[in-house]
Design a protein around this ligand. Structure first.
Ligand SMILES: [Zn+2]
Length: 440
């Protein structure tokens, strides 16, 4: 009998790969942070002894969710300005508030709030785009979550960097700082086609190749973005990015609500990953990303919440459900994006887009132990005929009871083990007072 670190026994295990598989009365065997076996409970008990065992008689175990687009620290702006169109929201509210408040300290406290919320909602990895990513990196290290942190590039100065050169320099510093981390990777994060000019984009393409990192960018978020570009330059942004050579499997194109059939073909042929943020798009009335068409064309579609200022939460279960529902309405087809496909978008597809699918995104032997347990014994999750349908259409994040990342138990029966709930709420309330005074 082999002694291992941890055995998690569960009523149901949904490994995500292979697609739509549901294993009953199975155990996940974890040793030295990795999944080393996945087998029926009785066989597991015969073959292994563990220092620690969890029996989840009424739970479903699945891989942790991957939130492929966040601005974590913006959680401190949650609810600051709502019910406004994108450019009014950005120009008159968010950018002025950022100019006034965003600092290393703000980003640290905002990231703590965001990461605590994500862990309690079953998210084990996020792809962030924000300023002071070195502060977010500290919180990622402390909390135990997994992240891809953006090396943000934008043409105009902010409190974090005063020139494009400085953005590149600080991004490189971040990359050097986290290069030996087990849980942090980096990605280039040029803000959007209308805020980053050709020169920096060309540098990003070269640097991303050298560092072997992905690129994340807001693209075709609204009709006015594409219309303004056509009026100014006679060209849609995606066409400009294609000519620059940005369309490749490295690219995570965020939003993409405005897509012609020709542009969908470009995405499929070049291997671009799409980051669909249904709730943010709905709230800002940005438009509808045609994910059913994209999936049919063979494009890797992933999910993100966007920042809490435009969502207003970081709830990947809600995002998964919205994606599945919205896709049906947009495609006028109730069979579009079935539950098992939505589940892939929230897990393995995100891992692929970030280049970490060898490590996470599914429960497979050899991968890191990034997994979550969901309680199916509650009134709201009963009865259960179809586990995957239940996960996508009827599960709320509050039924996530336990979360492990890289084999570490970060949420234990709904309690955070590495972050201090009370301290986060206290710090958030202090920031709220300060921000309220100025934005009253
Ligand atoms: Zn965004």
């Amino acid at each position: 009998m082999k002694n291992v670190d941890l055995m998690v026994h569960a009523r149901w295990v949904v490994p995500v790969v292979p697609k739509a598989q549901v294993l009953e009365h199975y155990s996940v065997i974890i040793h030295q942070n990795r999944i080393i076996d996945l087998l029926p409970q009785q066989q597991a008990k015969d073959a292994y002894s563990a220092s620690l065992e969890h029996d989840f008689e009424h739970h479903c175990i699945m891989p942790g969710l991957i939130n492929n687009h966040t601005h974590a620290a913006m959680s401190l702006f949650r609810g600051l300005a709502d019910d406004l169109p994108l450019m009014t929201w950005l120009n008159e509210h968010i950018w002025p508030a950022e100019a006034q408040f965003v600092s290393d300290h703000f980003v640290e406290d905002g990231s703590k709030l965001a990461i605590a919320e994500m862990l309690r909602g079953g998210t084990t990895c996020f792809n962030d785009m924000y300023f002071y990513p070195e502060a977010t990196a500290r919180v990622v290290e402390q909390s135990g979550i997994r992240a891809s942190l953006g090396m943000t590039i934008i043409d105009f100065p902010t409190s974090w960097a005063s020139s494009v050169e400085e953005y590149f320099q600080k991004g490189q510093q971040l990359h050097d700082q986290v290069r030996y981390s087990d849980r942090i990777t980096t990605s280039y994060a040029p803000h959007a086609p209308y805020t980053v000019s050709d020169g920096p984009l060309e540098t990003i393409i070269t640097n991303a190749e050298e560092l072997d990192v992905p690129i994340s960018m807001h693209i075709h978020e609204t009709a006015s973005e594409t219309n303004d570009a056509v009026a100014a330059n006679g060209e849609r942004p995606l066409s400009r990015l294609k000519n620059l050579g940005l369309l490749s499997p490295r690219l995570n194109a965020v939003h993409m609500t405005q897509l012609t059939d020709e542009e969908i073909t470009w995405c499929a042929e070049s291997g671009v990953n799409i980051v669909h943020c249904p709730e943010s798009n709905l709230k800002l009335a940005s438009g509808f990303c045609p994910i059913a068409k994209l999936v049919n064309a063979g494009v890797n579609v992933t999910l993100g919440t966007d920042g809490a200022a435009s969502n207003n939460d970081l709830d990947m279960f809600a995002e998964m459900r919205q994606a599945a529902l919205l896709a049906k309405a947009v495609a006028e087809d109730a069979t579009a994006i079935p539950a098992a496909t939505a589940l892939e978008m929230a897990t393995i597809n995100g891992a692929k887009a970030l280049g970490i699918d060898n490590l996470t995104g599914s429960l497979e032997i050899g991968k890191a132990a990034d997994l979550i347990a969901i309680d199916f014994s509650q009134l709201e999750t009963q009865p259960c005929y179809d586990v995957i349908s239940q996960l996508v259409y009827a599960t709320d994040r509050c039924y996530v009871t336990d979360v492990w990342v890289d084999g570490k138990h970060l949420l234990n029966n709904r309690q955070l083990t590495t972050l201090n709930n009370a301290e986060i709420i206290h710090n958030t309330q202090q920031w709220t007072q300060k921000i309220k005074q100025v934005n009253a």
